[in-house]
Design a binder for this molecule. Structure first.
Ligand code: TEU
Ligand code: CA
Length: 520
């Protein structure tokens, strides 16, 4: 495994910084808090942390509205704290990935303030200004165009009106933003997760989007149109590969793209001759129905579509989607853990997945996410999956000594790190066991998936490399089942009580049980 770049065999852990650990009692997580919890991550066994945006921000989209790309928001700390965090991460042999938000800035960014001040401003063309709006919609509801009285024109925003889109066709924007990457790379950051990579370039003629014939009432309003002209434009690939060149000026850094597209289009983001993103995030498991057939289909589709030489990656959750334990239930969350950690390539997990954290109920008066405020009641709000990490069963979960910015939910008295530490069969121990297994079995990282099949609601696949033959059996269903298999020995079971069990010709798999078996 030595010859692989670090990120190829990494388990990446996403930290939503507001919610990981508060160190100063203001109820909001911060960088010093992350430092306090690094040893927990070492014990968990993850290789890298990706931290959602920490830059100065008015927080209209909780950091995804950046007002200064080269600093740290005082809520989180200072550049000094950032350096401490980075060196503490590196001292423990881990890597650190920052979030880069290139598509839009905050409307409070000095660039935008200057751009909006007059049509003659030197930064006018840094954003997308038009006399008349076209029909493009915002991803957070309503028109994507906002009228600005000062100069009598409209600007485009793919997200909130507080998040004006940058004009990446402007060379000065490109140069300045690439220098932002260098600013952090020079400081030793190990890579970037790039926000909405597929949206960075828009049609230069601003043509109207076509109607979506599949649109149904009750769906988010932006799905009324197909985003043909404001996303996934051919020219974006040139830009991604330039971005990649910047990252490649520094050794051993990684470029990850956030991309929600069907699998064929997703694969184009690896770029011609793999000169695009190292890893276009694979969100197929976020959208997949939880049954053996659908998952098998996803595994095969992804593997078949992967370009020659491209490195795979898998994700179960992130800060924009309902938590896995909420989507499929606590018992299946353990099966999902085994699935994730036995898939090929780079893996990304979301903080709290390792303790089976669920979405917290957020009452209407507790809503903070503007995605929910703009279009209430459609389930678009992301507060429920962003609640504070419960470290113990106390009122504020050991997260803060103050008042937590979002509630901890109704389960944290049971679902918390301290309780899971105590209980040796907990999902936390399962995660540790599986991460450890992955470190010691090279076939789990390197080998392609083979022999993907289903039997009733059991998903079955092999990982084979250099004489090592691992069989994975995952019972997605509620019925126990007996399967005939070659002889072998159980390396891991989701219930953590069958490790070392010898299998001769058939194996009984319990409801919602998963097994990793080393065949003789
Ligand atoms: O998300 C992009 C994105 O596509 C989301 O809008 C997603 O579709 C939505 O949250 C529903 O799941 C990125 C960030 O991850 C998100 O947190 C930001 O709000 C958004 O970009 C704007 O920066
Ligand atoms: Ca704090």
């Amino acid at each position: 495994m030595q010859k692989l770049s670090w990120w190829k065999h990494a388990v990446i852990y996403e930290i939503y910084p507001r919610s990981f650990q508060d160190s100063n009692g203001d109820g909001i997580g911060d960088l010093n808090g992350i430092i306090e919890r690094l040893d927990y991550l070492v014990r968990l066994g993850v290789d890298a942390v990706w931290i959602s945006p920490i830059y100065p921000s008015p927080m209209a989209d909780f950091g995804y509205d950046v007002a200064d790309y080269c600093n740290v928001d005082p809520i989180f700390g200072t550049l000094e704290t950032f350096h401490q965090l980075l060196s503490e991460v590196h001292r423990r042999g881990m890597k650190m990935i920052l979030d880069f938000v290139p598509n839009h800035t905050s409307n409070q960014h000095p660039w935008f303030l200057e751009s909006r001040s007059s049509r003659e401003s030197l930064k006018r063309d840094w954003y997308l200004w038009r006399n008349e709006p076209n029909n493009w919609l915002s991803n957070f509801g309503g028109s994507g165009w906002e009228y600005d009285e000062t100069t009598g024109q409209y600007y485009y925003h793919s997200f909130l009106k507080e998040q004006p889109d940058l004009n990446w066709r402007n060379p000065a924007v490109k140069k300045t933003m690439f220098d932002v990457l260098r600013f952090w790379l020079r400081r030793g950051v190990d890579g970037f997760r790039v926000d909405v990579m597929w949206m960075m370039i828009k049609d230069d003629q601003f043509r109207d989007n076509p109607f979506n014939p599949g649109y149904r009432l009750g769906q988010p309003s932006n799905s009324r149109l197909l985003p043909l002209y404001n996303s996934d434009r051919a020219e974006v690939h040139e830009l991604v590969s330039e971005m990649r060149s910047v990252v490649d000026e520094f050794p051993e850094r990684v470029l990850i793209g956030e991309i929600y597209l069907p699998v064929q289009q997703l694969m184009t983001y690896y770029g011609r001759d793999l000169t695009g993103a190292h890893l276009p995030f694979n969100f197929l498991l976020l959208q997949c129905a939880w049954n053996a057939q659908s998952i098998a289909q996803v595994l095969s589709d992804y593997q078949r579509a992967l370009p020659q030489g491209a490195w795979p990656n898998w994700v179960l959750g992130n800060h924009d989607n309902a938590r896995i334990a909420t989507r499929i239930g606590l018992r299946q969350a353990r099966v999902a853990a085994m699935l994730l950690l036995t898939l090929p390539g780079t893996l990304t997990m979301y903080y709290g997945e390792e303790i089976g954290m669920t979405n917290a109920p957020i009452s209407p008066d507790q809503v903070l996410d503007n995605a929910e405020k703009n279009e209430p009641g459609l389930g678009l709000g992301r507060d429920p999956e962003r609640t504070p990490m419960p470290w113990d069963g106390s009122t504020t979960g050991g997260f803060t000594t103050g008042w937590p910015w979002l509630p901890l939910g109704d389960k944290h008295a049971i679902v918390n790190v301290a309780a899971m530490e105590q209980n040796s069969d907990s999902i936390l121990h399962l995660y540790r066991k599986l991460i450890d297994l992955r470190r010691n079995r090279k076939s789990l990282v390197n080998a392609a998936l083979s022999e993907v099949s289903t039997e009733k609601n059991v998903l079955r696949y092999m990982r084979v490399e250099e004489g090592e033959r691992l069989l994975v059996l995952l019972n997605i269903g509620l019925d126990p089942i007996t399967l005939s298999i070659e002889s072998g020995i159980i390396l891991a079971s989701t219930s953590l009580d069958r490790d070392g069990e010898r299998i001769t010709s058939s194996v009984q798999i319990n409801a919602a049980e998963g097994l990793v078996i080393e065949l003789d």
